[in-house]
Design a protein around this ligand. Structure first.
Ligand SMILES: [Zn+2]
Length: 69
């Protein structure tokens, strides 16, 4: 299973705030860095507000981890 698939499996739990904070942080960091997963999560519906936050988070991470994967 790819990391993307693992994160996508956590989508429902994340939307329900059922992930623990470490898992949620890892997921949100992945979403900020992975447009493909962001599209999947966005297509699920309830993400408008979070996606806006993630766009800001993505900018911060891009600065912080430039050159890293
Ligand atoms: Zn992904």
């Amino acid at each position: 299973m790819t990391p993307c698939e693992q994160y996508r499996n956590q989508l429902d739990a994340w939307l329900d705030d059922e992930l623990d904070s470490a898992d949620a942080a890892a997921l949100e960091k992945h979403l900020a860095a992975c447009p493909a997963c962001r599209d999947v999560f966005q297509s699920h519906g309830a993400l408008a507000g979070r996606i806006t936050e993630l766009a800001e988070l993505s900018n911060r991470i891009a600065v912080k981890t430039a050159g890293a994967d």
